[in-house]
Design a protein around this ligand. Structure first.
Ligand code: ADP
Length: 464
């Protein structure tokens, strides 16, 4: 904590300046201020955007990284060392630019370092695809950003990287450290921008593959763009959304289940693709259980992400807040809000809210915030609940709270998701031992942080 306090002090008023990082001079676009989601008047830095012309110039300058595997491995590990040495600054940017709570920011830097070392140990193999576009989201603006790039570089690709428009500063600092560690500029270029820059990337003929994490809708747009503009064999590695459920039966330990639910649904203000969206509680215990759950929601602290005691920080921006608030207001108008919480006035805070539904079928889309839906199931209705969850077509995370041993196997066999979590929270993954990724509308696989992931960034002779 002392170290983090020192970092916070040192970087409290710092203003980062970021923009495209290209191998050769390239045209750039407009400049904008990057705000802090928790404090409207705090200017975290400025960003000069890339444009489709920047992308074209970067694509022309891109060259696969031809260093031998041992050298690539050494450089990836050196990046991990530099992340650790610059921990305080990375923490401060995550905190101010993305509104990350203390624990979330610390865990994120750890995960990024783990990705670098894990993929850094897997640099041997078939040749690179060539040029990879890596398009990343704002919710893990360092970990996912780094993971995609590290895997692509481990295989020897050239990378054109586009961070989410909400979080360009952390991306810029990360790429500076990657170059400092020894990645050539021709092998890694940064093109910060919004959808039009992403669209330019996925239609640039030099691009041989795309790694994407974000919404299912955008993944579908990218898929179409690649089919029209890129080589027919160009791989798309996509990690997308979820409508994740948890089942709590009448044998579950209620305290354990409530703690797991609160974390899974509300930590990171619900802005995780793994977050719990729809809770199924067995009818017999529903009343007492809901009372415990709403009690726990009362005890949650919503506010400044820099306080150790804060459970729920801000959502990413004004647009996200408006979208989630409107969703809650509509449910409220229909009399379906069971519980909501107080929030600070300034900053993009959204009240953690519990909404009654009859089943997951009622959910029209993934609402990316601290909103949890509650349904019940009858003692003999667990299979019907699972079938309803499967029928939504997503397949990312699933949680089960039970002390019936047979049920764990039965439910795990029937549910179609990438990651099943039993008697614990359903967020979090461990690079190496617990890789993460979904199926169906939730992603193409293979799982990030798993042994097969880097393979997708290589050209396998069998593919041709
Ligand atoms: P979110 O809802 O998490 O913001 P998006 O799918 O919109 O999800 O964003 C994920 C990433 O995809 C971001 O970097 C975003 O800029 C990028 N993106 C958005 N639209 C497109 C597009 N048409 N083509 C390529 N990338 C895009």
């Amino acid at each position: 904590l002392e170290e983090i306090d020192a970092a916070r002090g040192a970087f409290e008023r710092h203003r980062w300046q970021a923009g495209p990082i290209t191998a050769e001079d390239a045209p750039a676009g407009a400049e904008e201020v990057v705000p802090n989601p928790a404090r409207p008047r705090d200017e975290v830095g400025t960003i000069t955007w890339a444009t489709p012309e920047t992308v074209a110039a970067a694509a022309r300058a891109a060259r696969p990284w031809d260093a031998d595997p041992a050298e690539r491995s050494a450089v990836l590990n050196r990046i991990a060392d530099l992340y650790e040495e610059n921990y305080g600054e990375l923490f401060a940017i995550l905190h101010r630019e993305a509104g990350k709570s203390l624990l979330d920011a610390v865990a994120e830097i750890r995960e990024a370092v783990d990705f670098l070392r894990y993929y850094g140990a897997r640099t041997e193999g078939d040749p690179a695809v060539g040029v990879f576009a890596c398009i990343s989201p704002w919710n893990f603006p360092l970990a996912i950003f780094t993971g995609q790039i590290a895997a692509a570089l481990a295989a020897g690709n050239a990378v054109l990287s586009k961070p989410a428009e909400q979080t360009p500063l952390i991306a810029h600092r990360a790429v500076q450290l990657m170059h400092e560690a020894g990645v050539p500029r021709t092998a890694l270029q940064l093109v910060p921008g919004a959808g039009e820059v992403g669209a330019a990337l996925t239609s640039t003929p030099e691009v041989g593959g795309v790694a994407f994490t974000g919404s299912t809708e955008t993944a579908q747009i990218i898929h179409r763009s690649m089919a029209e503009n890129l080589d027919p064999g160009a791989p798309l590695i996509a990690e997308t959304g979820g409508l994740n459920a948890m089942i709590v039966d009448s044998t579950a330990l209620p305290e354990q289940a409530v703690a797991a639910i609160v974390e899974s649904a509300f930590q990171s203000a619900g802005q995780r693709c793994s977050a719990l969206r729809c809770l199924y509680v067995q009818e017999d215990i529903a009343e007492s259980f809901t009372e415990m759950l709403t009690g726990a929601m009362d005890a949650m602290r919503i506010g400044r992400p820099w306080d150790v005691s804060t459970d729920v920080g801000p959502v990413i921006d004004a647009e996200a807040k408006a979208d989630i608030d409107a969703y809650i207001a509509e449910a409220d108008g229909e009399g379906r809000v069971l519980k909501t919480c107080d929030t600070p006035d300034a900053g993009h805070f959204v009240a953690p809210t519990l909404i009654r539904v009859t089943g997951i079928g009622e959910l029209e889309r993934e609402v990316f915030g601290p909103v949890l839906h509650l349904a019940t199931f009858k003692a003999d209705g667990i299979d019907r609940a699972i079938d309803a969850i499967n029928a939504k077509g997503y397949g990312l995370t699933f949680g089960l709270q039970t002390r019936i041993d047979d049920r764990v196997q039965h439910v795990s066999d029937r549910i179609r998701v990438g990651n099943v979590y039993v008697n614990r929270n359903q967020i979090g993954a461990i690079v190496g031992s617990q890789p993460f990724g979904g199926e169906g509308l939730s992603g193409t696989g293979p799982k990030a942080g798993g042994p097969d992931y880097v393979e997708r960034f290589r050209a396998h002779p069998a593919d041709h």
